[in-house]
Design a protein around this ligand. Structure first.
Ligand code: WTA
Length: 660
């Protein structure tokens, strides 16, 4: 494209972007916005917050550092309501615009919900919560798959100032109970049953089992997803009936910018999952701006993020970002292969989706089924494709770009975390025509300042270098604390490199200065894009009476990205090892979730330990990577002969696997 034509196209695109979204946003180029954010971050974010959000009371200070190490506070003195920003402001302008398209599990049965209807539903639900004594600051667990009512549940909490904690509906009763107890939820909102991939999921039964051990729970609100009746006990309230009796109007609570909006549990390298806390204004602003700019969202677009609301991606890019921008957001309830591997693309055709945002694990799976499942369907509505949650390999990137996007769509690999609230590194926004390198997150978002650190905690300058990925400047979307454990928050993110936010990931800065994420530096693994601490799996398996010790590590898995490999030591050689292995897998499913179950369980006599008793997981990783002959320095091992033992056991295991 000639430079003049390119500039004109850029002008048109940016003009449309600014007209379509927030009329008051200045028509600045991406380069100008980036420069402003770098020059004076507080002024930049302040201006964005004024333009993009609807305030009850304007803020007085754009940002203020935490008193000690920790997260900066944003937009202090300001008051607003997140549900008003996501609903009322759009209802006033265009009540009949579609807010949500619920792509139900049953293909071809989508349901459209307008902004007016979603506001109605949210207010009725909010009034029901209030009727049962839920007040500002109370915590409410949402154990529901993605659906309009689940979105309304989140927004109803936001409307009355309650704090939601959405728990992925694939988590077990014990995992759910752990989260409810940690956050002392007063209520749980769930469905009688769920449906996924044509199969019924007994959600209410799981909640029943969980709340037996949750003294803080006073009410369980049960909505109907299927026609089947489930047992209703003393705590249970039929939600649809209650909502029908309530008024469709509910005065919103005016919240301070830094009040809690929600918490979401995520895995760390040690101990139990942590309740990451996000607050009102900063989170909403960051979700909305990244949604708009990274995906080049234009008014009228149908935005399809296929993540579940149980994860941060669902919070930021199914619910808060798109709804704050007045978008039409798709709620995908099904699986990529139900009823066949064409499901995503049939949905794209039927709903005319413009932006499609998903996980590499699904792409890797679908490419194995072949191009015909994609090509069968019209995908000409697609403009932007996005990938999130784990590194995307070259083969998957190319297939996504060439086959799904017909080489015509922008494909953005987006890097971020539950803790960052929204996308921090992604190829867009950038000036029109700027290159996108496959399988790389590349460029920081406005105001994000990535740095790489060496082992001594020094900033690594220059390009073509690798190090620990930190972020130097605060940004509004960043988590503020871990619920009831600020020390853990400070220790995990601000202590290793004082003055910087430490992500836990390592990265490579290319010769051109772009960022490529190279993986986690801690004992967190990423199974099908879901974060999991190996320590969580070990803790679950250690409860087996025949198993005194375990070590779990991640290993590369063709579809899932990473899988869990467990080494276990048995108390007694004579026990039925096959039986114990099955029991161990069942324990993990019941204590955490099915996706956490290790693919491999290998019984060994001992684990490799240092003289001080620390398990050397690094060596186990090398052994299963078939690098057992090149283990490096093993002099710190208490007894180096353990290596031969484990190598033998592993070789035997492999040959058994081959023959089975
Ligand atoms: C990993 C998901 C490589 C990373 C939004 C991070 C990625 C963790 C990418 C956060 C990417 C996420 N490329 N790795 N594009 N996106 N990750 O909290 O290790 O579920 O630290 O948030 O996923 O996972 P979380």
């Amino acid at each position: 494209m000639a430079a003049a034509v390119r500039a004109a196209a850029r002008g048109r695109r940016l003009g449309a972007l600014c007209r379509g979204l927030s009329a008051s946003l200045p028509a600045a180029s991406y380069a100008e916005l980036r420069a402003r954010a770098a020059r004076d971050p507080a002024a930049f974010w302040g201006q964005q917050a004024r333009a993009a959000l609807r305030w009850d009371t304007p803020y007085s200070a754009a940002r203020r550092p935490a008193p000690g190490p920790g997260a900066t506070r944003w937009f202090l003195g300001g008051r607003l309501n997140v549900a008003v920003n996501c609903l009322d402001q759009h209802v006033q302008q265009s009540p009949d615009r579609v807010a949500l398209i619920w792509e139900k599990d049953e293909p071809g049965t989508e349901v459209k919900i307008t902004y007016r209807e979603l506001l109605d539903m949210t207010c009725r639900l909010a009034n029901t919560l209030k009727k049962y004594g839920i007040q500002k600051g109370d915590r409410v667990a949402v154990y529901m798959p993605v659906s309009p009512l689940a979105v309304a549940a989140m927004l109803a909490c936001a409307r009355i100032g309650a704090v939601h904690t959405v728990v992925f509906a694939g988590f077990s009763a014990e995992a759910l109970a752990g989260r409810i107890n940690d956050s002392e939820c007063k209520a749980v909102i769930t469905y009688n049953q769920g449906i996924r991939g044509g199969r019924i999921i007994e959600l209410k039964k799981t909640v029943d089992e969980a709340v037996k051990n949750c003294p803080s729970v006073k009410h369980v609100f049960v909505a109907q997803r299927t026609d089947n009746t489930v047992h209703m006990g003393d705590l249970d309230i039929p939600l649809n009936e209650e909502m029908a009796r309530e008024a469709p109007v509910c005065i919103p609570e005016s919240m301070e910018s830094e009040d809690m909006l929600f918490m979401l549990y995520t895995s760390g390298s040690t101990g139990k999952p942590k309740g990451i806390v996000h607050t009102q204004a900063g989170y909403l602003l960051y979700a909305a701006l990244t949604h708009k700019y990274v995906f080049d969202y234009q008014q009228g677009d149908i935005f399809g993020c296929v993540a579940d609301i149980g994860w941060i991606t669902g919070h930021s890019y199914v619910v808060y970002g798109p709804l704050c921008n007045g978008a039409t957001s798709v709620l995908f309830e099904s699986t990529p292969t139900y009823p066949d591997p064409g499901r995503y693309w049939e949905t794209v055709q039927r709903l005319k989706i413009n932006q499609f945002y998903g996980a590499p694990t699904a792409i890797r799976l679908l490419l194995k089924y072949g191009d015909q499942w994609v090509k069968k369907y019209d995908r000409s509505s697609l403009k932007t494709l996005g990938s999130v949650g784990e590194p995307i390999n070259h083969e998957a990137w190319q297939w996504f770009h060439k086959v799904v996007g017909d080489s015509k769509c922008t494909l953005v690999d987006t890097w971020w975390q539950t803790e960052t609230g929204g996308i921090c590194i992604a190829p867009r926004p950038s000036e029109e025509g700027a290159e996108i390198i496959p399988a790389m997150a590349m460029r920081p978002f406005f105001g994000i300042v990535p740095v790489l650190m060496d082992e001594n905690g020094k900033v690594i300058e220059g390009n073509d270098v690798s190090g620990a990925l930190c972020i130097a400047e605060p940004w509004p979307g960043m988590a503020r604390t871990i619920y009831r454990d600020n020390q853990r928050f400070v220790d995990a993110y601000f202590k290793t490199y004082p003055g910087y936010y430490f992500t836990g990931d390592s990265a490579y800065r290319t010769k051109e200065g772009y960022y490529q994420i190279t993986g986690r530096m801690d004992d967190v693994i990423n199974v099908s894009g879901h974060r999991l601490g190996t320590a969580e799996i070990e803790d679950a398996m250690d409860e087996h009476p025949a198993v005194p010790e375990t070590a779990v590590i991640g290993y590369p898995h063709e579809i899932k990205g990473e899988g869990a490999f467990a080494f276990v030591v048995l108390k007694d050689d004579t026990v039925q090892t096959e039986h114990v292995k099955q029991e161990l897998k069942a324990i993990v499913a019941s204590k955490i979730a099915k996706y956490a179950v290790p693919d491999h369980v290998l019984v060994v006599k001992r684990l490799p330990k240092t003289r001080s008793g620390k398990i050397m997981r690094r060596l186990l990783k090398k052994i299963i990577a078939d690098e057992g002959s090149n283990l490096g320095d093993i002099t710190t091992l208490e007894d180096p002969s353990v290596i031969t033992e484990i190598l033998d056991a592993y070789e035997k295991y492999k040959s058994e696997q081959r023959t089975s």
